[in-house]
Design a protein around this ligand. Sequence first.
Ligand code: TA6
Length: 330
Amino acid sequence: MSSEKGLSAPSATPSAPSFGPPTVELCKGVNGLDKLVLREPRGSSTEVYLYGCHVTSWKNDHGEELLFVSSKAVFKPPKAIRGGIPICFPQFSNLGSLEQHGFARNRLWAIDTDPPPFPTTTSSKTFVDLILKPSEDDLKIWPHSFEFRLRVALGPGGDLLLTSRIRNTSTDGKPFTFTFAYHTYFSVSDISEVRVEGLETLDYLDNLQNRERFTEQGDAITFESEVDKIYLSTPTKIAILDHEKKRTFVLRKDGLPDAVVWNPWDKKAKAMADFGDDEYKHMLCVEAAAVEKPITLKPGEEWKGRQELSAVPSSYCSGQLDPRKVLQGS
Ligand code: TA6
């Protein structure tokens, strides 16, 4: 049982006497939507709306925003917020009967005041637990009872940790199957100067070519046009290198074998009303996902899917830092 305290009682962090205690604050965000602001004693912070359990901000200890949210994002249910980390459940762009990325991001979540013990002890003291259960209307479109618990946490170094626990609570004895993604929008200075390391030579399904299967070439991925690829069975760590900012995002994932890489580029950007025409230059989606092999849960079974994001300085642009070393690091 973790000795941590979450929303109910942020406690002082004895190991950091020179910093204040971690804080979690419930307040009003855009259009009066409820949001939680988590502040880590060393200065990093994150914000999560109860609507969609949608993380819309992740700042480092210098107050720099690391996630992309469109200036045209609509903070008005039932439209999903364009940017941040949309939660795609119970499906990720499968051509099923549901909306493209499921309905979890379009629902109002609740603060989970009585979460079951967290499965792993974590060093994070700054976290909040949210929960989603299907409404009667949800059960009409997806007839499966579930409890979806999501912990949003800031690590001591400002890492952003999302842990999802989805349990089949059906009493009809029926299993259910789902696909999932953390649809993370990273903020980048210039997409034409971004490289992604860790996906080389992997097979992927290309959403721009009827999801046909291809094999990625052997170099880092760079961007000159629209990309929409589902990389299959990827390594645990993926690095996103921002040349201009000399910053590397490291995405670590567990329970999510695949990774989606998406940039709409100019044509698709213009076609999205909640996305600025030029905003494609300053974002890249790299999404920890479970798509190729849908997950099946029997009644009572629980699935856990976790992603950990960190932002580290990288002198890669000067060629000094071998990004592969970033990936092999702890
Ligand atoms: O993750 C890539 C993708 O599936 C793209 O095909 C594009 O549709 C994107 O998600 C955005 O989807 P959304 O439903 O949020 O507009």
